[in-house]
Design a protein around this ligand. Structure first.
Ligand SMILES: [Zn+2]
Length: 165
């Protein structure tokens, strides 16, 4: 049996709950570098259970950072899927159900008009709708659709978190 640094008699104390267990992967699990974790499996399981049940849970760390308003690119495919899900898999402007393939990420207010490349300024819409909206702001596009008596909804885009508002 190999001697593992910081352990004694093949036992290891959990950094979290302080309980001592046999120093094995069964009790501690492995780290990406191949060592053993400092927290026992029970504590790790409890922590992930808490994390997963959190109402504002956002799994992807990149997405988590963007919801805080940090800059990122709208071409990031995980952002598209994330917003598409929030919008109930519907186009933000027409309310029509769309597939992920049909969906594109749109700046509600284009960068040219001073909109930000941030979560708060993004929506997912059908690619044809995106072409039709072109450089219009979301408000201008809604007006445009209303004048033409085309269906539109402002409710879906409101579901997108706007952390800086
Ligand atoms: Zn523990």
């Amino acid at each position: 049996m190999s001697i593992i640094f910081g352990s004694s008699d093949g036992e290891k104390k959990c950094k979290k709950c302080g309980e001592t267990f046999k120093n094995s992967r069964e009790n501690f699990g492995s780290t990406p570098s191949g060592g053993l974790r400092n927290d026992c499996r029970k504590c790790v399981a409890l922590k992930s259970k808490e994390y997963n049940s959190h109402p504002n849970r956002i799994k992807n760390t990149h997405i988590r950072s963007t919801t805080l308003g940090e800059k990122f690119s709208k071409t990031d495919s995980s952002i598209k899927k994330y917003i598409w899900n929030i919008q109930g898999k519907r186009c933000a402007y027409t309310g029509v159900s769309i597939s992920l393939q049909e969906a594109v990420v749109d700046h509600r207010i284009s960068l040219a008009k001073g909109g930000l490349d941030q979560m708060s300024n993004l929506a997912v819409c059908h690619r044809q709708v995106n072409a039709e909206k072109h450089a219009k702001t979301d408000a201008e596009y809604f007006d445009w659709r209303r004048k033409k008596n085309l269906p539109c909804t402002e409710e879906i885009a409101k579901k997108i978190p706007r952390p800086r508002d």
